[in-house]
Design a protein around this ligand. Structure first.
Ligand code: PLP
Length: 362
């Protein structure tokens, strides 16, 4: 007799992280995980270092200083904020609290894969609504809602598409959903897309909507594992029961709070990242590749065929440049390129330019 897992766990494939193997002797250039190209604010590192003096004690289970920092910057009620060990923890907690056998989640065709993993971990099924031109299609989502649907997950901007829908579209989605369906708007790249009058934080005040953000992207703290969200009180109460009560280390809480308070630094990272992204995307389009307009720190490159995308990936990989293959997202003709250093973007661009010129008969 051997121990047997729950059937729904046994049926799961391992979560597919990026393949980060570079050939021996090549400098590894990871453009595969949407980490920030730039270091976090020096204030964040300093705060983490200072917090180490107190690690004999458990961290603050209420994340008080971190929540105060977030509330101050975003003008939201600190009482509605919950923090997670990355926003992935919050996504999983939402799935565990609101999904289960007999219930269904819904997301979009090219939506973030962890939504699917979380739903299945909770023992639920997941439905996929088509997108239109690599962009969330609200009508298609509403048409795909079933009586068993309990959560709709939308990443906005999307990963791996990088595209974004506006506030009016999201309001139309919320208005069209039944009241018993929780709408989770994952704004992991929200800082890159924040526009005046477009904030969605007010929706959490209406009861059935959750907004998620993270310190892993523009704040450059992916290794610290801190995410946060704005939750209606009833949902926050349920989630608290699911979350690990000591989920974020003291050093990570301190780093995130300091990073949040250093908004000028965040704004510089955002601007520099966007400039590199737009230069790289323009170069790729000039080479004849399609790339939807990105509102994030990555660019989705669309090749003429799945075979071409595979070839390009192999050519890049042979030089140590690792992009993310997106076949798991239903986009086997694409590669997702995270914005890295200027040098790395030039290298990636040069490799693809040589490859395309070599393939194209003169
Ligand atoms: C990167 C990412 C996250 C976040 O991750 P954490 O590091 O767990 O905060 C969440 N959602 C999307 C869509 C992402 O791309």
């Amino acid at each position: 007799m051997t121990p047997t897992p729950n059937p729904h766990v046994a049926a799961l494939a391992p979560y597919a992280l990026a393949d980060l193997s570079a050939p021996p002797g090549k400098r590894q250039v990871s453009l595969a995980q949407n980490e920030s190209a730039l270091a976090p604010s020096p204030a964040a590192i300093e705060a983490a270092r200072a917090a180490l003096a107190g690690v004999r004690l458990y961290p603050d289970p209420d994340w008080r200083d971190l929540r105060a920092a977030i509330a101050g910057v975003h003008g939201v009620d600190a009482g509605g904020i919950l923090c997670g060990s990355g926003s992935m923890e919050l996504i999983l907690a939402l799935a565990l609290a609101y999904l289960g056998p007999g219930r269904r989640a819904l997301t979009t065709a090219h939506g973030y894969l962890f939504f699917r993993a979380a739903a299945r971990l909770a023992g639920a099924e997941i439905d996929l609504a088509p997108e239109t031109e690599l962009t969330v299609d609200v009508e298609a989502l509403l048409a795909a809602v079933r009586t068993e649907t309990r959560i709709v997950f939308v990443a906005n901007p999307g990963n791996p598409t990088g595209t974004r829908i506006g506030r009016a579209e999201l309001l139309r989605l919320r208005d069209g959903l039944p009241g018993n369906v929780l709408l989770v708007i994952d704004e992991a790249y929200g800082e890159f897309a924040d526009a005046p009058g477009e904030s969605m934080f007010d929706l959490a005040g209406q009861g059935g909507t959750v907004l998620l953000r993270t310190f892993s992207k523009v704040y450059g703290l992916a290794g610290m594992r801190v995410g946060w969200g704005l939750f209606p009180p009833e949902i926050a109460g349920q989630l608290r029961k699911v979350l690990n009560p000591n989920n974020i280390s003291a050093a990570a809480q301190a780093a995130a709070a300091a990073a949040m308070r250093d908004q000028p630094y965040m704004a510089r990272t955002r601007a520099e990242t966007a400039a590199r992204r737009d230069r790289f995307a323009a170069r790729m389009r000039a080479l004849g590749l399609a790339a939807p307009e990105s509102r994030t720190n990555f660019v989705l490159l669309r090749f003429p065929s799945a075979e071409a995308a595979r070839d390009a990936d192999a050519v890049l990989r042979a030089e140590g440049v690792l992009m993310r293959a997106t076949g798991g997202y239903g986009l086997d003709d694409c590669l997702r390129a995270t914005v890295g250093s200027e040098r790395d973007m030039r290298l990636a661009g040069d490799i693809l330019a040589d490859w395309i010129e070599g393939r194209t008969p003169a």
